[in-house]
Design a protein around this ligand. Structure first.
Ligand code: HEM
Length: 162
């Protein structure tokens, strides 16, 4: 196995595969609340980069829904983290933020979308990953769109999977 690049040691707790332990909750003022399952993969090839894939499914129908993949980098010498993200909805995004202990708090730094992306358009995303003392990982996502201020869209917890 390839050794993790030392630049990423502060994020070693993310590596591997995570499976939602109970369905996550999706909500937004403009939509019907929904439940979803999600698998997260974080891996590396020795570069100062973590590769990731997030695949979400409707909890009841099991249909694939949201998918994201990308790269994570850390600024050498401090706790600044950047996510470089492509979403299946036609959004590409850079999120930046800080690692504090086992909490990673990220916000949109740059955002672009395909010319025929569905409306309303997302304008801002706030995302928090938290490794809990019981070993579970929690993700909370809030977003602002053309017509809503920053409001929660997703909350989910994951357990480590093989
Ligand atoms: C709706 C963005 C992740 C499931 C929406 C809407 C937006 C959005 C802009 C439309 C809201 C409106 O009509 O006012 C995002 C962004 C995500 C994300 C930026 C990631 C950062 C997810 C995930 C799921 C999901 C992980 C899990 C399955 C849904 C569903 C709807 C929805 C079911 C309502 C129906 C629909 O419009 O397709 N999302 N979403 N989203 N999202 Fe997400």
């Amino acid at each position: 196995t390839t050794e993790l690049n030392p630049a990423l040691l502060p994020l070693d707790w993310l590596l591997g595969t995570w499976e939602s332990d109970e369905p996550g909750q999706g909500c937004y003022p403009t939509i019907k609340p929904f439940r979803y399952t999600e698998t997260l993969h974080f891996s590396h090839v020795g570069q100062p980069v973590i590769n990731f894939m997030f695949n979400a499914f409707h909890a009841e129908s099991k249909k694939p829904l949201h998918r994201e993949s990308g790269f994570i980098r850390m600024q050498p010498g401090n706790n600044r983290v950047a996510f470089i993200i492509a979403q299946n909805s036609g959004l590409v995004e850079i999120e930046e933020g800080e690692l504090t202990g086992h909490q990673l708090k990220l916000q949109t730094h740059a955002l672009a979308r395909i010319s025929f992306a569905k409306k309303p358009h997302v304008q801002q995303i706030l995302r928090i990953f938290q490794l809990r003392p019981d070993g579970r990982l929690e993700q909370t996502v809030s977003m602002a769109t053309d017509n809503q201020p920053l409001t929660q869209h997703l909350h989910i917890t994951y357990r480590p999977s093989s």
